[in-house]
Design a protein around this ligand. Structure first.
Ligand code: SF4
Length: 272
């Protein structure tokens, strides 16, 4: 398969079911967005406005009806849910911003580089299309220790001590504790990128329905994460796309009623 930078969502999909990854990224078969995803998208758009203009909500400048009109795929009930969630988060976000300086919003970063046998790496920042071209050239040249990663940070801030904090808003109902976050591949990809870009960093998941959790990885944990990332990446580039045994992810798969691998046609109950 053509090499392309791995994002947290593409890696997560590959880990869940390589065949679904293949359908999504090689054949363009996408599952329709769920209501939770649409609510999350509107919520993120509203937060972006508030970050650039902290009094925007009080002035009525974060208007969910207008947001809904501008983004036609969102219905009023979805806008209402997003607004309810956003309103409960405004004080927390304003307090958080008052103590930090903003470095970037919706920051889209793509890194490509070579990973050594000990997990150390040399990465370069590139535009996504250039990164894809670079990766293809390396692949044609038979380089097997190259990898590309891409992350879109919701918010990047810096505190008084000069530590950069990469923030991700989590609008779902699930939360994770510190130990769980350390196993989370989105957090690991963000940590690899943030360590490369900023040196001192912390990754924070702001759970809308829970307490924020932060982490930064030690040098050896970063090395371990880079090597694991390279290994996942090689499997994709070497066309390893077996369908995995069924799991909850099949419920969101666009082909689950017609999975060629048969594993999803065995009378599974997706309502549980
Ligand atoms: S239905 Fe399940 S097993 Fe089949 S491709 Fe989709 S996620 Fe994979």
């Amino acid at each position: 398969m053509k090499p392309r930078p791995l994002s947290p969502s593409s890696l997560k999909l590959y880990m869940q079911c390589p065949w679904q990854y293949f359908l999504r990224y090689e054949k363009g078969v996408r599952a329709p967005a769920t209501e939770a995803m649409l609510v999350g998208q509107l919520f993120h758009a509203a937060c972006e406005r508030l970050v650039t203009d902290p009094e925007a909500y009080e002035r009525g400048a974060v208007d969910f009806v207008q947001l809904t009109d501008n983004f036609t795929k969102y219905s009023r009930p979805i806008a209402d849910k997003a607004e309810e969630m956003f309103v409960s988060f405004v004080p927390t976000l304003k307090q958080f911003l008052s103590e930090r300086e903003i470095v970037g919003i919706e920051k889209d970063v793509t890194l490509v580089g070579e990973i050594n046998e000990d997990g150390s790496a040399r990465f370069t920042c590139m535009l996504p299309n250039d990164a894809t071209r670079w990766l293809r050239m390396q692949s044609k040249a038979g380089k097997t220790n190259v990898v590309g990663i891409r992350g879109i940070f919701d918010l990047v801030v810096i505190d008084d001590a000069g530590v950069v904090e990469v923030v991700d808003y989590k609008t779902g109902q699930w939360t994770q504790n510190y130990q769980e976050l350390k196993k989370d591949w989105q957090a690991k990809i963000y940590a690899i990128i943030a360590a490369e870009l900023y040196g001192d960093y912390v990754i924070t998941y702001h759970y809308i329905q829970g307490t924020p959790v932060s982490l930064s990885l030690s040098p050896s944990e970063l090395n371990e994460a880079r090597l694991a990332l390279l290994s996942w990446y090689r499997r994709i580039v070497e066309d390893e796309f077996p369908a995995k045994e069924t799991g909850w992810w099949c419920k969101f798969c666009p082909i689950y009623t017609d999975c060629k691998h048969g594993v999803c046609q065995r009378g599974l109950d997706f309502t549980a």
